[in-house]
Design a protein around this ligand. Sequence first.
Ligand code: GRF
Length: 205
Amino acid sequence: MSAASRRLGILLSGRGSNFEAIAHNVLNGRLECEIGFVFSNKPQAHGLARARELGLPCGSIDSAGQDRAAFDAQVADLLQQNRVDLICLAGYMRLLSGEFISKFSGRILNIHPSLLPAFPGLDAQHQALVHGVKITGCTVHFVDENLDSGPIVLQSSVPVLDTDTVGSLSARILREEHQIYSEAIGWILKGNYRVEGRRVIKTHN
Ligand code: GRF
């Protein structure tokens, strides 16, 4: 299957700026694939409204109060019905069940706003400021059963300025997120990589 006929599933919970950056790159031909389905666990998510406006296949199920495994089974069904090849978490604020992760093993990517393994979890930009690091950034990684811990696909560094607030630092990191997520997706869809332990290594097949 060529990369162009591959189908992305995008999972989001909020603003959806990473989703929009990916969609923009797909629509203008810089990223060769299709958006197969956009899913939100928050029916009111701004990103979901944007997917609708763009005429993309999309849907939501409210996750509030739902059992994790049963909820994820419904999400998996939706993604499979829409023949999704690669799942991209784009601000999806819900932990995935082990069953979901094994069903799509090696086919789920996430973007995180720090240079992992530093500052996993919530408020990574705040954590970086409080720790006093001079450089932070963002990471695209495969998703495994632990939080923000799977093999790293791409990273981009961002300087921390003395004048930075969480807002200014987050904005500077976000610009890099919008670049590297599409780059990583394009690479992984082409299949020119192998995973050795924790290392994602470029190949030339
Ligand atoms: C981004 O900072 C991403 O790294 C993190 O959640 C945020 C989502 O932003 N996982 P958006 O919804 O894509 O604008």
